[in-house]
Design a binder for this molecule. Sequence first.
Ligand code: COI
Length: 358
Amino acid sequence: MMHTQPPGLYEAALPEDWPQPEALGFGQILGPYLVHAQHCAESGWHAPSVSARAALPVPMASAGLQYGFSVFEGLKAYRDASDRIHLFRPRDHARRLQHSAQRLVMPEPTEELFMTLCQLAVQVHARYVPPHGRGSLYLRPTLYAEEDALGFRPASRHRLAVAVTPCSDPVLRHNRLWAETELIRAAPGGIGAAKTGGNYAAGIAGQQRARQKGYDDVIWLDALTHRELAEAGTMNVFVQIGNEVLTPPLDGTILPGITRDSVLRLLRTEGVPVSEHRISLDELAAAGMAGQLGTAFGVGTAARLTMIDEISDGSTAIRFRDTGLATRLYDKLKQVQEGATHALREWRVAVPVPSSAD
Ligand code: COI
């Protein structure tokens, strides 16, 4: 593997005015380096390298900027109680990036290349990983078309680059969601299952409408009937009806969340009946009338898990109860992600960091 300096020589101590982990928030402070590799149609993937973040501009005429030929991942590195750093489910993120790339006719990075870039990104930013239990380093691997050309066709030059941002441990929030019945995020046959900027571009107006109406976030409905739950602004959703937990199926219109998958596994391990099932607003309203609605929550890498107190489309307000399930899952997920338990340790991949870099 080629890079310009060995990990460990990249970072001096953090600045003296470095915020406490609880004040980092999300995405505000970016790590100084990008770890990246280029792909050319003629020669395939080149060796990884490390650059100062500002030294890697994206050409204005590239299809990455012009046509949205860009797919990305979001994953986290944590410190365990012994101060060792690990990535959470990186291989699952690599496979999802491959699927997103396939959908947008972009070159698929190998799992090994993805792992190498993510490990190196953590190594050169090791000092930015918050202490155990108090946050994480969020990695944003992004594959984009970089060829400086305006023709509408698959690009001949791409780059996979990993940016990082140290962030606070997300707190367990309570949210009220606006069910958007006019705008849509994704339709059958579209790109809803790809993690690509186009889906976030399609979603930002819904988030803004939700906030203007006094809600915390939007919850998207299916494109055909506008009655079935899809996903929230940046999270997959779960609802509890009676003793069963339901989440919308991966029908190609929603993001196949890695946290969604982790939560399904945790629920099944606990013996909670769970199914991937279509959920309509009308079914939720009826369950509410019958006193069968339990808790509801959203899950995602950045947010971990957020309680949903209410979903409203302006005419019907569906209110959920706190049954303790969401808090239990939040705690369990945090433990598994941070390596505070041996359970599911196959989800954690150690990142060796030379002591001089830490
Ligand atoms: C994530 O949770 O990793 C996401 O990609 C959401 C992001 C828009 C903050």
